[in-house]
Write a protein that binds this ligand. Structure first.
Ligand SMILES: C[S@@+](CC[C@H](N)C(=O)[O-])C[C@H]1O[C@@H](n2cnc3c(N)ncnc32)[C@H](O)[C@@H]1O
Length: 253
């Protein structure tokens, strides 16, 4: 699905073409930039699920040695182009976060900007265990994912939905990570992409897909899409903040 979205193709059979990519804000995430300024990044950095690469490119521009991994070849190709345009070096490679072989003992800092909530429970376990192997003792993991918070009435809509705090705590602690902080934060997104990134919200879903979602999930998507349409002309460059959870954890050894 991600690869199709990055290539501008319908993500579901019978769906319409995406009008944007919800997380493509063409800059690093503001909360990540603050984290860097406050000293939260050190050593070899892994940006996992790096997407179009803007977070990795920002960190490289600040002098860090950065690897960006993503499952989508189309995203990695675009990220390489953006790094070249920015004049920075980042090792961008295609990789599956749930099967991180070949990276053992490499990283001191892991940045996960909106990947964790893309994985199912089995994937999350494999991912957390794989990150333990891919990092060095004392490594830190900064994780940003969908929360059940609310920013100006904007909530995270179905079908992905918020990640319960207990899910994060259980997954990380079971795989050798200790949580130092878990709390609310925000994530900059493109409203153009949110309204249409998956093909125009619930109403443009092909009927067979819409039927698979609970009616309340479809209703929630409609409400969120309607909110974005109402505030669209007030937004600065189509940008909105989404309610997220941030987790700062360190590797236990
Ligand atoms: C919501 S996007 C976030 C992208 C980027 N980190 C950002 O904040 O702009 C999630 C990214 O995770 C990638 N992804 C999803 N599942 C993955 C997996 N199993 N392995 C690697 N990347 C994955 C997708 O291709 C997508 O680029």
């Amino acid at each position: 699905m991600f690869d199709k979205l990055y290539r501008g193709e319908p993500t579901f059979e019978g769906g319409s073409k995406p009008t944007g990519i919800p997380w493509d804000v063409r800059q690093a995430q503001p909360r990540l930039m603050e984290l860097e300024a406050l000293g939260g990044i050190s050593g070899e950095v892994l940006d996992i699920g790096c997407g179009l690469g803007d977070n990795a490119i920002f960190l490289a521009s600040r002098g860090y040695s950065v690897t960006g991994l993503d499952g989508s070849a189309a995203a990695i190709e675009e990220a390489r182009g953006r790094a070249a345009a920015a004049g920075v070096q980042v090792r961008f490679e295609v990789a599956d976060a749930t099967n991180l072989t070949g990276y053992d003992g490499r990283f001191d800092t892991v940045v996960d900007s909106a990947l964790y909530h893309c994985l199912d429970d089995v994937g999350r376990q494999a991912y957390a265990a794989g990150l333990h192997r891919a990092t060095r003792p004392g490594a830190r993991w900064h994780l940003y994912c969908f929360s059940d918070g609310n920013i100006n009435g904007v909530v995270v809509a179905a079908p992905m939905g918020a990640v319960p705090e207990s899910n994060i705590r259980d997954t990380l602690t079971a795989n050798g990570w200790r949580i130092d902080f878990l709390g609310p934060t925000s994530y900059l997104a493109s409203a153009a992409g949110l309204g249409g990134g998956y093909g125009g919200g619930a109403d443009s879903f092909p009927p067979q897909l819409a039927e698979q979602l609970p009616p309340e999930a479809l209703e929630q998507m409609r409400e969120v899409t309607a909110r974005f349409e109402k505030i669209a002309e007030l937004l600065d460059d189509d940008r909105v903040y989404l309610p997220f959870t941030v987790v700062h954890a360190h590797r236990v050894d």
